[in-house]
Design a protein around this ligand. Structure first.
Ligand code: ATP
Ligand code: MG
Length: 310
């Protein structure tokens, strides 16, 4: 059997919580976008591990044709290469399967997704968005990851989060999401967010410095139309836009993406039939400018070191 090729750069990030609706998919999709915008040479692949079509609606350019394959085929073929597509905003994605029953039946081995990655040529950042469970496929993503982001939106999700942290074995970090920063009146002394922050500190749990606010405007962007709209492109001026950028910078730092990306040979990204050539570069430039980068400069004006002043 052919051995897996050596990967110059592969980092794997999983966003996971067994609580539903805490912002996993929003964080996974937007980290892909913001990191891609900050490091335009870095290919980013997003893989959704559930049968919700949210990521497909977010990233697909045009209709998805069943014969082009989805996550189910990738797992059967032990590689993401055939089924991954270059999508909107220059992000690669793997189409969602129509259901996860068959995958679950195969995914009893915690090393499964790691093996699929080993036989995948794609180099860059891979982001898994898990289902709200701790079943085998989710565990397999956690197992394959350099870093696991665990969104926490309330006390219930904080209690559950410790189980994910235990599975991640030191690679997990909590991320406060859907934080309501608005004052609820003079009687309120400590907000829910502050209570959660104190509780996390008391328990000595690792977490990101950045927290993501709840925002009606962002909710309208994500859920108000037939397909979700990117906060990067449509939510400039919101607190969540600034927070996502800071979070992306934290992740770039901790995964060493900034240092690793320039060492890669400037190789044209793999494109598939029907995908316009140069799409990655073109879209990345637009995104970079929307974050305030200098045209022509490789994210120099928005690097993690100097980006926190805005
Ligand atoms: N910052 C935000 N402000 C307001 N609403 C948000 C924000 N982030 C996400 N939402 C909304 O919260 C809901 C849950 O978000 P999301 O789908 O990302 O969570 P999830 O953890 O992936 O859910 P599931 O467990 O169903 O997969 C969605 O309706 C989304 O539009
Ligand atoms: Mg989701």
């Amino acid at each position: 059997m052919a051995t897996a090729p050596p990967h110059r750069l592969r980092r794997v990030l999983t966003v996971s919580s067994n609580k539903g609706g805490v912002g996993k998919t929003t964080v996974a999709a937007h980290l892909a976008l913001y990191i891609r915008a900050l490091l335009e040479d870095l290919p980013v692949l997003v893989v959704g591990l559930d049968d919700q079509q949210t990521l497909d609606r977010f990233f697909a350019l045009g209709e998805l044709r069943p014969e082009q394959g989805n996550l189910k085929h990738a797992i059967a073929e032990r590689s993401f290469d055939r089924v991954l597509r270059l999508g909107q905003y220059g992000i690669h994605f793997v189409p969602s399967p129509p259901d996860t029953a068959l995958i679950k039946a195969r995914a009893t081995d915690p090393a499964l997704l790691g093996r699929v990655l080993d036989h995948t040529d794609f180099e860059g950042l891979v982001i898994f968005d898990t289902k709200s469970d701790l079943e085998a496929l989710t565990r397999s993503a956690i197992h394959a990851s350099d870093r696991v982001i665990v969104p926490v939106a309330d006390r219930a999700s904080l209690l559950e989060a410790e189980r994910v942290l235990a599975l991640a074995g030191g690679r997990g970090r909590l991320l406060l999401t859907l934080v309501d920063r608005r004052s609820r009146g003079a009687g309120e002394v400590v907000s829910t967010a502050e209570q959660l922050e104190r509780e996390i500190e008391r328990r000595g749990l690792p977490r990101y410095r950045t927290t993501l606010s709840r925002s009606p405007r962002v909710e309208a962007l994500l859920s108000g139309g037939p397909r979700p709209l990117s906060i990067l492109h449509h939510g400039a001026g919101t607190a969540v836009h600034r927070e996502l950028r800071l979070l992306a910078e934290e992740v770039i730092d901790e995964l060493g993406l900034d240092a690793a990306a320039p060492a890669r040979p400037r190789r044209a990204p793999r494109t598939r039939r029907g995908e316009p050539a140069g799409l990655v570069a073109g879209i990345a430039g637009v995104i970079r400018r929307s974050l305030g980068g200098r045209p022509g400069g490789r994210a120099a004006a928005i690097s993690p070191r100097n980006g926190r002043s805005s």
